[in-house]
Design a protein around this ligand. Structure first.
Ligand code: UDP
Length: 234
């Protein structure tokens, strides 16, 4: 099929895995997302995934705890999500490897870029756990970093909103969604797409980001087929 992305990096927020429960893991939601990922797997798309941890923990909202320690907990949360995704993807029939930025070799492979690329070439889904492996960063930044390292064509940022709006659609009923927008325009209009570290990595390395909603998990399929959904930042 022409116009289909060949190698993508999917960024899933932790929250996306919690379903209506808002925290923790909702089994049914995880399976729904994974069965959509299986559809693009069957098309031969090379799939890397970075998953957040916000459904369990966010370092920056951890009260008076030392930030570095709080972020260590946050990174461990991403590993729980990575393992849950790996399990559901395997049940759906995908070949999967989890690689973590902090070594925990009894649980997952350590992150090795060339090895990750080799897995992708062999049509294995690669899930990157532990974000960047460093405190004070986000999993959005990890997504930008890994996308650059593995030469992903695009970051598919699956969120709870269906794109980037000119104002907050929850507050303004007349808010308008952009179909495409440039990195410079996002900056000039101070729109919230991702944190600045992640954003500037994408901009500097010319990695387009498609922001779309996971409310319908088949949007992942539409995104890979380059159908007109969400907002493309490029
Ligand atoms: N985190 C970190 N370094 C990273 C990525 C994540 O320290 O490179 C920690 C941080 O505490 C963060 C938590 O992991 O709050 C969960 O990640 P994030 O908030 O990005 O998850 P999401 O909001 O996407 O669910």
């Amino acid at each position: 099929m022409k116009n289909m992305y060949k190698r993508v990096l999917i960024k899933l927020s932790g929250e996306a895995l919690a379903g209506d429960k808002k925290t923790g893991l909702d089994n049914e939601t995880v399976h729904k997302i994974c069965s959509s990922i299986k559809k693009i797997y069957d098309l031969g798309t090379e799939i890397a995934i970075v998953v957040g941890g916000g459904n369990f923990w966010r370092g920056r909202s951890s009260g008076d705890m030392d930030r570095t320690r709080a972020d260590h907990i946050g990174m461990l949360a991403t590993v729980m999500n990575s393992l849950a995704l790996a399990d559901a993807l395997e049940q759906a029939g995908c070949d999967v490897r989890v690689q973590t930025a902090i070594a925990m070799q009894q649980v997952a492979e350590p992150y090795i870029r060339n090895r990750a690329v080799r897995h992708l070439q062999k049509n294995r889904v690669v899930i990157f756990g532990c974000g960047t492996g460093n405190p004070f960063f986000s999993t959005d930044t990890a997504a930008a970093l890994r996308a650059a390292e593995i030469d992903a064509q695009i970051i598919l940022k699956a969120t709870m909103v269906d794109g980037v709006y000119d104002s907050d659609p929850h507050k303004n009923p007349n808010a308008v969604r952009y179909q495409t927008i440039s990195f410079d325009e996002v900056l000039a209009k101070q729109l919230a797409v991702m944190d600045m570290t992640a954003f500037s990595m994408c901009r500097d390395n010319k990695i387009p980001v498609l922001v779309f909603s996971l409310e319908d998990p088949d949007n992942i399929l539409r995104a890979v087929k380059q159908e007109n959904i969400g907002t493309l930042v490029k």
